[in-house]
Design a binder for this molecule. Structure first.
Ligand SMILES: [Zn+2]
Ligand SMILES: [Zn+2]
Length: 111
């Protein structure tokens, strides 16, 4: 089976939630949409694309992080899995919407 395409995970994609074209990040792998912050449940460990679930992951909360700027908490709408993800904050190309991040910090964080 050809799996090479899925090894390099910093590729652009069309957001399954808002339909906007998301460009690749050069510094780290992009796992969510910078516009609506939704993600897809495709990783078991960050970037491995090893999860077959494929459900839409809703951003349900965010909190400030000393290293990443913000961490976003995603919850899978299909299986309910919770995943904290680093925000693409302060990057040059399509940074995460700061307005959306700040709005999410008002929501309760679930451990
Ligand atoms: Zn989106
Ligand atoms: Zn899932």
């Amino acid at each position: 089976m050809e799996t090479k395409l899925f090894q390099k995970n910093d590729s652009g994609f069309i957001c399954a939630h808002c339909g906007k074209a998301v460009e690749p990040l050069s510094v780290t792998s992009r796992n969510h949409c910078p516009f609506c912050l939704w993600s897809l449940h495709v990783d078991i460990n960050p970037g491995d694309r090893a999860c077959a679930c494929g459900g839409g992951m809703e951003p349900i909360a965010a909190r400030p992080d000393p290293k990443a700027g913000f961490v976003i908490l995603h919850r899978c709408t299909k299986c309910g899995a919770l995943h904290p993800n680093k925000a693409a904050y302060g990057v040059k190309n399509q940074p995460d919407s700061v307005k959306a991040l700040i709005a999410l910090t008002a929501r309760p964080w679930i451990e």
